[in-house]
Write a protein that binds this ligand. Structure first.
Ligand code: PEP
Length: 256
């Protein structure tokens, strides 16, 4: 039975007082759900604050990026070991905003994935096609290229214990969600691609969906057999909305 994951991505939206009120509201309504994992990925300067508020709660925390290097002359980078020191469990790697805005190539993303594993973090590997790529009919080629960079560069076992997030770029922050059928088709493709290297790994790999997930569409998405939860941007900044998405993950039907 695969676990489900609901992970908030705060992006560049945080402040000391804002984080405190958001997390206190979250904690006042959250309940553990068997087989489900809940986390927020926050900007690095707030790790200490978030740890102090969330330690011992059902909500884990993580980062939004990690250096591909462990230490050295890499000004501005934050190493995986630093995230781990602040109790981070997760780190997002290869988010489309970093691929587009920071020019991260598939190879760099694969190196970051490896750095996260070295630090004992759970990488959340983001893959996704642009609208132009979908319209050109090359969605599967793009996703295969992004996934294979990790499979080839680090070996399939590097995905064991990791999470993959399918995030169509055209659905992120746009209010335009992939239909549950579109998401399911891609998730099944990604699972099969990993399964070609290692069938058991493909079957147990958690693959979550991200792109304008809200309380109103989460249940339908999470009911798909290969959708194991969500990576949530905008809606993770509103406690009631994020909690409703979390509850939808708990109510979703079981899967093998
Ligand atoms: C994201 O940033 O990973 C994301 C899915 O954002 P949103 O939910 O706002 O589309």
């Amino acid at each position: 039975m695969r676990s489900r994951y609901v992970v908030g991505n705060w992006k560049l939206n945080a402040s000391l007082p804002g984080n405190e009120s958001l997390l206190k509201a979250l904690l006042s309504g959250v309940e553990s759900q068997p087989g489900c994992h809940l986390a927020v990925c926050v900007p690095a300067p707030y790790f200490a604050q978030v740890r102090s508020l969330l330690v011992g709660s059902p909500v884990a925390w993580g980062g939004q990026d990690v250096s591909r290097f462990d230490k050295g002359a890499y000004t501005g980078d934050v190493a995986g070991g630093m995230l781990a020191e602040f109790g981070c469990r997760y780190v997002i790697v290869g988010h489309s905003e970093r691929r587009a805005l920071a020019g991260e190539s598939d190879a760099v993303v694969a190196e970051k994935h490896a750095a996260a594993r070295r630090a004992g973090l759970v990488p959340i590997l983001c893959v996704g096609e642009t609208l132009e790529e979908r319209q050109r009919g090359v969605t599967e080629q793009v996703l295969a290229r992004q996934l294979d960079a990790v499979l080839d560069g680090q070996g399939p076992q590097s995905l064991d214990g990791a999470v993959v997030a399918y995030e169509p770029v055209w659905a992120i922050g746009t209010g335009r969600t992939a239909t549950s059928e579109q998401a399911q088709a891609v998730h099944a493709f990604l699972r099969a691609r990993v399964g070609e290297r290692d069938a058991a790994l493909g079957a147990r790999l958690p693959i979550i969906y991200g792109g304008s997930v809200k309380a109103g569409n989460a249940a339908e998405l999470f009911a798909m057999p290969d959708v194991d939860g969500g990576l949530i941007g905008g809606a993770s900044l509103v406690a009631d909305e994020f909690l409703a998405i979390w509850r939808a993950a708990g109510l979703a039907p079981g899967r093998n």
